[in-house]
Ligand binder design. Structure first.
Ligand SMILES: [Zn+2]
Length: 311
């Protein structure tokens, strides 16, 4: 076959790929010996990325593998598990869900049910809203979600020290991005998996945020002696820039909303406000700002209006 013929066949084959298949080319990187991160795209959910927008990770020890998050669909979960099993022969012994959001947990189906664990409040909220999230992802991602349903972990995780295969793996129970944010810190390698308490090079999301608690968690994360930080979204860091950026974002959101409430702005006026220069180039800043107006402004407005001296 000539070059032109081959190119034509490849082009036609590309057209036949199922929707979202391109997203299965997972970006999996070794961040420490035996420790890997899946880096999702810093994009919004779409049919083109198949929902592959969140990070995940695993720690392979001789006694077993600890997995952190499962990505956003049955198909992505299967690809993630295959990527893990291509890199270690040790059995998967624990799969933690960092929090309830669907882009991190809808791959649970691809993992043995008995290995799944998350914090009690996350199990509860997954039971309550999991299928609604699943429906929402179908709406945004489409066909690539086919066959996906919510699997709520049977096991309740807790703050503890897991000693496994020569690793001291600290499980931390925090909150603020959601009602329960599980953090994994491998003290042996210095790799910290923060879940969505930290975003980097992508605007943070706030649908279940408690900003005061989120700040406390960011303080606690800052104090950990990590060498590598795998955020919930965005590239791996060796420093605190992701923690600091997330903190600046939530501080800015809150200050903006308090000021707007004091000035008597309504939601539509706030939605129309331009982003300050600091955030103009941050991926998804505009859309996450507008979502955050809907998530956070009503409560802040009530708080400001009910207090004669301000919040
Ligand atoms: Zn999240």
């Amino acid at each position: 076959m000539g070059r032109v013929g081959l190119a034509l066949v490849l082009a036609v084959a590309a057209l036949w790929l199922p929707p979202g298949a391109a997203a299965l080319d997972l970006d999996v990187r070794e961040v420490a010996p035996g420790t890997w991160a899946l880096i999702g795209r810093t994009e919004d959910l779409s049919p083109a990325n198949g929902g592959n927008i969140a990070n995940a990770g695993f720690i392979a020890t001789p006694e077993g593998v600890v997995v952190i998050d499962t990505s956003a669909s049955k198909t992505l979960g299967e690809a993630w598990r295959a990527a893990i099993e291509a890199r270690t022969r040790a059995p998967i012994v624990r799969v933690f869900n960092t929090h309830l959001h669907p882009d991190h947990i809808l791959g649970n189906q691809a993992f043995p049910a008995a290995t799944l664990a998350t914090l009690p409040a996350t199990r509860q909220s997954m039971r309550e809203v999991g299928e609604a999230f699943n429906d929402n992802l179908y709406r945004m991602v489409g066909e690539a979600m086919k066959g996906t349903h919510v699997v709520v972990p049977q096991a309740a995780a807790q703050a503890e020290l897991l000693e496994l295969g020569g690793h001291r793996i600290r499980i931390l129970a925090m909150q603020g991005h959601s009602a329960a944010d599980l953090v994994v810190f491998d003290e042996t390698t210095g790799v910290l998996f923060t879940g969505d308490l930290v975003f980097w090079q992508r605007a943070p999301t706030t649908p279940h945020a408690d900003l005061a608690r989120w700040r406390e968690s960011l303080e606690a994360l800052s104090a950990l002696p990590f060498k590598q930080l795998v955020p919930g979204h965005g590239p791996v860091l060796t420093d605190r820039r992701g923690i600091d950026m997330t903190r600046r974002w939530i501080d800015w959101l809150e200050a903006t909303f308090i000021e707007a409430a004091g000035a008597g702005l309504d939601m539509s006026e706030l939605l129309a406000a331009p982003l300050p220069a600091e955030w103009a180039a941050l991926p998804l800043a505009g859309s996450e700002y507008r979502r955050s107006v809907a998530h956070l402004y009503p409560a802040i407005e009530r708080r400001v209006l009910s207090s004669p001296t301000g919040p």
